[in-house]
Design a protein around this ligand. Sequence first.
Ligand code: TA6
Length: 267
Amino acid sequence: MTNNIIIENDNNSVTVSPFGAHVLSWLHNNQDVLFLSKKAIFDNSSPIRGGVPVIFPQFGALGGMLNHGFARISNWQLASSNDTSATFVLRADKDSSKLWKYQFEAVFKISLTDALNMNFSVTNNDTQEFDFTAALHTYFKVGHIDRVLVKGLDGLNYIDSLDDDVIKLETSKAITIGEEVDRIYLNSQHQQICDLQMGRHIHINSQGFSDAVLWNPWIDKSKRLNDFGDEEYKEMLCIEAALIDKPVTLAVGQTWQGSQTIKITSI
Ligand code: TA6
């Protein structure tokens, strides 16, 4: 992992791997904001369990290719960087063309202000339009899952991936996690994690991404994941800026972009 990029400012330090353009860690006031599994695999071929996997051109198993697409297991090129930002590019090549026939350019820019800003764009360089789904699959570190509240989702419909994709209405203004959850909230751009144990609020805002995924594998699924500790469900929660329910149809020469911005405040 020697070619990782580090960007930092007064009270933030972020480490990014060119493999997957994968944000591996973010220290804010010397506290981890992101979760990275102690069993994460760094063999430059498997997805890295934690941080921010970049999901493209397919979310989950919603198409014919490998789960969550190939972007997170591709070697991205560092296009530019400075003290507080880094920009990576992924272009179609012979490997991607075996999986997805289209010519494209994806750009992922990570930058620090008083927040962590992640901007993802896709340009259609082909001669025909194409559809895609995508996500910034962000793994947040929490003090203890029993002492976490998730706010901002009340009043939204969600697809319950654990209940035959049935659409349900979220009525809770403060969601607690006490079992496996795997939900795609529709039309969600603002969420908050209240971490009572760590004494912090994580404010999450997105643009361009229409949906948000809430995921915790809980006990049984944790045991089935070989790159995830059996007890690690207690210290993580995914809230993912996602484009799932309405795939983007990108016309020739057009560019789509989306972002997730994360800010920390104390309770
Ligand atoms: O974002 C939630 C999800 O789609 C879950 O269903 C679970 O599969 C998770 O992603 C992790 O997927 P992965 O392929 O990284 O094991």
